[in-house]
Each structure stands twice: as structure tokens, then as C-alpha cells.
Design a protein around this ligand. Structure first.
Ligand code: HEC
Length: 444
């Protein structure tokens, strides 16, 4: 929201000064938000890559031409762009028109040029913060978030088996479909765009990239039949998108602050979302209609996970306590009613950022500001293991499908694999190739 208002102000200022619209300041943000999903190195619709000025200049199937581009966004040339989405607002079209009329110049500052390129090689001089982890359906591979890419590892660590670069600076969620064919990643580039990426696991190809909102998106979940993806947004909405067409199905606006976590119910027809407004809200995922508040409001909520076969969720956040709730309540909610609460787990040493429920239903793992990850018996609520070894806060925890291994990651940039039964550390590795800092500097 802030960024939109900011862009609006810039427009006014630009108009007032009578200055030409700038590619870097005015045009590029519109293209990033509205066009790059389908016009990027991974998905070059009509052979057009709009992630760089050079790509814009080169043009697509119909050859170069700023007027062609203008024709597509005004609808003079069909199909109108952005394809399948509402037309650009008139002020944005006007701005692009004026930029083209003034010569369609590239005014990207030299120092920003390299930073902006999405197809430049991704180089690490230190381990990146790990925000998301997911095991493949067969349990043999682990997807790990990197900078502007996803790394696919065998559980042996060492070199990544595959690197999947995309548009988003940050990937904050990773989910495999149950059949293992699809990997969903979500994240974005702060105050520019959010993105849902849908990857074909077998080929390592990006099937879809959907850019949405003007900011990073959080807490992605996949419906059990893999037909829908839900994400939480900084405009306080939950968006549900169709996984095969990439179309946005619903924008749900029940929350009063950022939404940080989502999870579908067992039958995929309902969804629970949590966020900074402290609420866990139950919504009909087939109509977008609000159903009810699940919890009693306490602290801000950052994470949610569901029992593998019951409509029971565990939520956690600021107040450090994981709460296990039924999604349904027997009677209508009364003020300060907490009748859906099944159990609280132990209070953690820091706020909670990540939760996972094992596929056999037996265990819940909790990670957050404390470097220690704890594992609980989901039935009794008793702590069964404490996983030590991380140096800093945890952002991601994931059980292997057989429930034997817990993968964890966070601020220290190392992936750790623990034995669930004992909490014993089985393996630790840095998921990215690190280039020596000195080396890099001298090569420049
Ligand atoms: C949902 C995917 C999608 C989005 C978003 C999208 N495009 Fe496209 N674009 C396409 C497809 C597919 C084609 C080929 C259309 C056809 O010819 O049938 C295309 C074709 C084009 C072409 C013609 C290129 C050529 O030379 O053949 C231009 C120009 C274009 N898009 C510009 C844009 C701009 C500008 C935006 C953002 C405002 C945008 N597109 C957003 C999918 C998309």
C-alpha cells in the first residue's frame, strides 16, 4: 500500500515538474508487478523477456517495438496485456505512453543495473538466511530457499542437485504436492511484487509465475488436491489462486493486519489463516466467505500447521505458546470463548516462526527466535526432543514424510537434519556454494 501511494506521489511530482517519465523510477515497477510473471527468462511468452530494458528493446515474436507494447496494453492489439488480468489503470498506461513518446530511454543508474538483472549468476559470499524448507513426497529430496532461487538437495547435502532461479529476491514458503509432481514456492521482492511460482519437479521447469500485490507474500499452502494455492499478503488479504491456470480466484479481506500463514482443511474446501492481527480465521475456500474466528486473540501469529488427517491446527507467534485448535466449534462463538482449544504446548524461549506436523500425526515441531527446535508428542503435548546446534533463530522446520527426520533452517544459513525420536543431529550443511569474499572482490 505504502509503495503504491509512493508511486502515486511520484506520478504527481513528475507531472507537476513536467519531467519525462523515467524507466527506472516509473515504468519498471509497473512491468515488474504486472508483466514479468509471463515475460521472464524462465517463461518467455511470445519470446518476450521484460525483466530488463534490453529484453524490452529486443521485443518478442513480432519484433522490437515500443508501439507494439503500447498497443497490447491499450487493447488495440489483441489479446490485451496483462493477459487474463484487469487492464492497467489509465494513469499507468498514460505514463508508459509518455515514456515511449519521449524516446523510451533507459535511465537505470549503473550501480543498480547489476542488482536488477534477474538472469545474472547467483553468487554467495556467505550462507543466505533459510526461510523455507520442504521434503519431496518420496522423502529423498529437500527443497531449500536461497537468494532468488530454490536449491534441491539430496539428503546427503554436498552440492545441490538442482538450482531453480526465479524472479523473487526471497522465497518464504515451499510446498510439494502430495503426488510429488509439483513444487510451489512463494515470496517476492520487498515493496515491489509478491510471487507464486509453480515448478514441474521432474523437469525442473517453471510452469507458472504469478505476480501479485506490491509486496512479498507469506505462508503459502497448497490444497490437498493441489488445485489451489493460498498466500498471505501485506495488504491484509489472503489470495487464493488456481494452481493450473495461475488465475487469482479470491481475495479475502477478513484480517486487519498482514497475513503470515495459511492452511487448507482436510477436504480443501476451507482455509485457516493467521496474522499480525492475532486472529486465526476460518474461510470458505470455494466462495471466499468468512466463516468464523477460530481462536481467542492473544499475540501476533506467524505460523500454522495442520494435523495430517483432521481439521485440527497448531498456531503460534509472538506469545511463544503453540496452541492446538479445532477448526470447527460446536456452538456459536461467545466473547472470549475458547471452546475450540484442544491443548497448549510448552511456552518457548522466543516467539514462534515455524511449525510442522508430522505426516503420521504423532509429532509437532516448533521453531522460532530461540535457536533450539523442540518436538512434541501431538497427543499428550509432552516434549519429546530438543534439537540443538543452530546458532540463531529458526524460520523453517519440516518433517520428512516418514516422520523420522526433521529438517530445520534459519538465520545462520545452515540446514540441519535431526532424528525425530531423539533430537540427535544427523547432518548439517550449507545449502549453497560459497565464493570466497576476497576472491570475488579481486575478480571485479
Ligand atoms: C498471464 C501471462 C501474461 C502476462 C501477465 C502478460 N503477458 Fe504479455 N503475453 C502473454 C502471452 C501468452 C503472449 C502471446 C499472446 C498471443 O500472441 O496470443 C503475450 C504477448 C505479449 C506481447 C507481444 C510480443 C510479441 O512481439 O509477440 C507484448 C508486447 C506483451 N505481451 C506485453 C506485455 C506487457 C507489457 C505486460 C504487462 C502489462 C504483459 N505482456 C503481461 C502472456 C502474458
Amino acid at each position: 500500500m505504502v509503495s503504491n501511494r509512493f508511486a502515486g506521489m511520484l506520478l504527481l511530482v513528475t507531472a507537476a515538474l513536467g519531467a519525462d517519465p523515467s524507466y527506472f523510477r516509473d515504468v519498471r515497477p509497473i512491468i515488474q508487478r504486472q508483466c514479468q510473471g509471463c515475460h521472464q527468462p524462465n517463461i518467455k511468452s511470445s519470446n518476450l523477456d521484460l525483466t530488463s530494458y534490453e529484453g524490452f528493446q529486443a521485443g518478442g515474436q513480432h519484433g522490437p517495438g515500443a508501439t507494439t507494447l503500447l498497443g497490447y496494453i491499450t487493447g488495440e492489439i489483441r489479446p490485451r496485456m496483462p493477459l487474463g488480468q484487469p487492464p492497467l489503470p489509465v494513469d499507468q498506461i498514460q505514463l508508459i505512453r509518455e515514456w515511449i513518446a519521449a524516446g523510451a530511454k533507459d535511465d537505470t543508474p549503473a550501480e543498480a543495473r547489476e542488482d536488477l538483472a534477474v538472469d545474472k549468476p547467483i553468487v554467495y559470499t556467505q550462507p543466505p538466511v533459510i526461510n523455507a524448507l520442504a521434503f519431496s513426497a518420496d522423502g529423498k529430496k529437500l527443497a531449500v530457499s536461497g537468494n532468488r532461487e530454490i536449491l534441491i538437495h539430496s539428503l546427503e547435502g554436498a552440492e545441490p542437485l538442482r538450482r531453480l532461479p526465479g524472479l523473487s529476491d526471497r522465497i518464504l514458503s515451499l510446498v510439494f504436492s502430495k503426488d510429488g509432481s509439483t513444487l510451489v514456492a512463494a515470496g517476492g521482492t520487498a515493496s515491489r511484487f509478491g510471487e507464486v511460482q509453480i515448478w514441474d519437479v521432474a523437469s525442473g521447469k517453471l510452469k507458472r509465475s504469478l505476480t501479485l500485490t506490491g509486496d512479498t507474500v507469506f505462508g503459502a499452502s497448497l490444497s490437498p488436491d493441489a488445485s489451489k494455492v493460498a498466500v498471505g499478503c501485506t495488504d491484509n488479504s489472503v489470495r487464493i489462486v488456481d494452481a493450473s491456470s495461475g488465475k487469482e480466484l479470491f481475495k479475502i479481506g477478513n484480517h486487519e493486519n498482514w497475513v503470515l500463514g495459511t492452511i487448507f482443511g482436510v477436504d480443501g474446501k476451507r482455509i485457516v489463516s493467521v496474522g499480525r492481527d492475532r486472529a486465526a480465521k476460518l474461510t470458505d475456500a470455494t466462495s471466499g466467505a468468512f466463516l468464523e474466528n477460530v481462536n481467542l486473540l492473544r499475540g501476533e501469529l506467524a505460523a500454522i500447521a495442520r494435523h495430517p488427517s483432521k481439521d485440527v491446527v497448531v498456531i503460534g507467534g509472538e506469545d511463544r505458546v503453540p496452541y492446538i485448535y479445532m477448526m470447527d466449534r460446536a456452538q456459536n462463538m461467545k466473547i472470549a470463548d475458547d471452546s475450540t482449544l484442544i491443548r497448549k504446548l510448552e511456552r518457548q524461549d522466543g516467539s514462534i516462526a515455524a511449525l510442522s506436523w508430522s505426516a503420521d500425526g504423532a509429532h509437532i515441531a516448533v521453531g522460532g527466535a530461540s535457536p533450539e527446535v523442540t518436538i512434541y508428542d501431538a497427543e499428550t503435548g509432552k516434549r519429546t526432543a530438543a534439537c540443538k546446534g543452530h546458532q540463531a533463530g529458526i524460520y523453517a522446520v519440516a518433517f520428512s514424510p516418514d516422520g523420522q527426520t526433521l529438517a530445520t533452517g534459519g538465520f545462520d544459513g545452515e540446514v540441519r537434519l535431526y532424528r525425530v525420536a531423539t533430537g540427535e543431529l544427523a547432518k548439517e550443511f550449507i545449502p549453497v556454494p560459497i565464493t570466497g569474499g576476497e576472491n570475488l572482490r579481486s575478480r571485479r
